[in-house]
Design a protein around this ligand. Structure first.
Ligand code: UD1
Ligand code: UDP
Length: 382
């Protein structure tokens, strides 16, 4: 039997963090010829992840433009993928999550009649406009995909409700696999500020914010709330590695420059980010990935969004929906900063998103599906 050609396709920072351990697992497995194609929808933020995981893509479409639109990303990915797929002829393409790269990668594979595996399948808010455009991206990829790798039971239930019942595997989220390789007790930061922060004495609040549906008034409110929290709580060190999007950069700096205990820094590499998260007091974020990582590290998360497709941490009591209104965000942050009981109730480690075995299960599932293995993989059940 000839080797099975499996191509991973990704383009942004979070996809890279969650696909890198899978690409490495694929490349270790006998019987699999692992190929990696990056669209580089992100450039610097993607390259930083590739460096940390020492991953060298076989193809790089290099599509990023400043202030790129959804149409340019999608069309450049689709055109670029045509050549790659015709040359490489993979037996299976793997895409991740819900970005424009994900959608274009799945669509390109479909046009070439190549089976698609969807990693991080089944997340839903059931609001077409939020997260935008991610909710529609993942639904469209769900319709195209042949194999669906669901992190959690509720993700699988979402697919079942849409009458997708074949090719579903319950694997856990690969982000927990990544986290297990990056967090170390003896880690020392290269970013000077992070080395100097007094984690025991001060309350280090880790912030990220970038989502498109938060552009405009919601982001204005979020940044104003952050400035208020920092100004009124001198014991707080607010650390905010700002996404490279010019829209986000402008808004964050306008509100927070000059606030003494608010530190706006460039994006961190993933090792620095995970180790900062492991040491911080709490997290305020609209990021998907941080909502999964912080609970595993026992850190309370205030989610700066109106809804979440990751209800597991909310159910487990480690995350709360703070929304995007100034007064609600400040009230919820103040409660966690001032009320030790409220803090203690949220600060416990839970792992609803995975056990670090997701990549192994996904590759087992692929080999089982293609007849290279007798047994299907075990399931991630909690
Ligand atoms: C994208 C994804 C979003 C994901 C996010 C992770 C889509 C539609 N959105 O949103 O789902 O949550 O990535 O961060 O796929 N930029 C740089 N250098 C970089 C990366 C970005 O300069 O390394 C700047 C560019 O000006 C770029 C802009 O950021 O045009 C926005 O990037 P884009 O990928 O379009 O959107 P994100 O908000 O990052
Ligand atoms: N991250 C990082 N450096 C940063 C900010 C985030 O390495 O400066 C990591 C974070 O730990 C998580 C992922 O990037 O693994 C989340 O990416 P992002 O918030 O951009 O996208 P989302 O998860 O919302 O799609």
């Amino acid at each position: 039997m000839s080797d099975l050609k499996v191509m991973t396709i990704f383009g942004t920072r979070p996809e890279a963090i969650k696909m890198a351990p899978l690409a490495l697992e694929l490349s270790k497995r006998p019987g699999i010829d692992a190929l990696c194609c990056v669209t580089a929808q992100h450039r610097e933020m993607l390259d930083s992840v590739l460096d940390i995981f020492r991953l060298k893509p076989d193809y790089d479409l290099n599509i990023m433009e400043p202030r790129q639109t959804l149409s340019t990303i999608t069309s450049k990915c689709l055109l670029g993928m045509e050549q790659v797929l015709e040359e490489a002829k993979p037996d299976l393409v793997l895409v991740h999550g819900d970005t424009s790269t994900t959608f274009a990668g799945a669509l390109a594979a479909f046009y070439h009649k190549i089976p698609v595996g969807h990693v991080e399948a089944g997340l839903r808010t059931y609001d077409k406009w939020s997260p935008f455009p991610e909710e529609m991206n993942r639904k469209m990829v769900g319709s195209i995909a042949d194999l669906h790798f669901c992190p959690t039971v509720s993700n699988r239930d979402n697919l079942t409700r849409e009458n997708i019942t074949n090719g579903i595997f319950l694997t856990g989220n690969t982000v927990i696999d990544a986290l297990q390789t990056t967090v170390r007790k003896d880690f020392s930061f290269t970013e000077r500020l992070l080395d100097q922060l007094e984690y025991e004495k001060r309350k280090v609040v880790l912030v990220t914010c970038h989502r498109r549906e938060n552009y405009g008034q919601p982001m204005e409110d979020i940044m104003a709330a952050l400035a208020y929290i920092a100004r009124t709580h001198p014991e707080v060190s607010l650390v905010y590695p700002v996404h490279l999007s010019p829209v986000v950069q402008e808004c964050a700096h306008r509100h927070l420059d000059g606030v003494e205990n608010a530190h706006l820094i460039p994006p961190l590499n993933v090792e620095e980010m995970h180790n900062l998260m492991a040491r911080c007091y709490m997290v305020m974020t609209d990021s998907g990935g941080l909502q999964e990582e912080a609970p595993a590290l026992g850190k309370p998360v205030l989610v700066l969004r109106r809804e979440t497709e990751r209800p597991e941490a909310v159910k487990a009591g480690t995350a709360r929906l703070a929304g995007v209104d100034y007064s609600r965000i400040t009230a919820m942050a103040e409660e966690l900063l001032e009320n030790p009981d409220a803090y203690a109730a949220m600060a416990h480690a839970v792992n609803p998103y995975g056990d670090g075995q997701a990549c192994r299960r996904i590759v087992d599932a692929i080999q089982w599906h293609f007849g290279q293995r007798k047994e299907p993989p075990d399931e991630f059940l909690i």
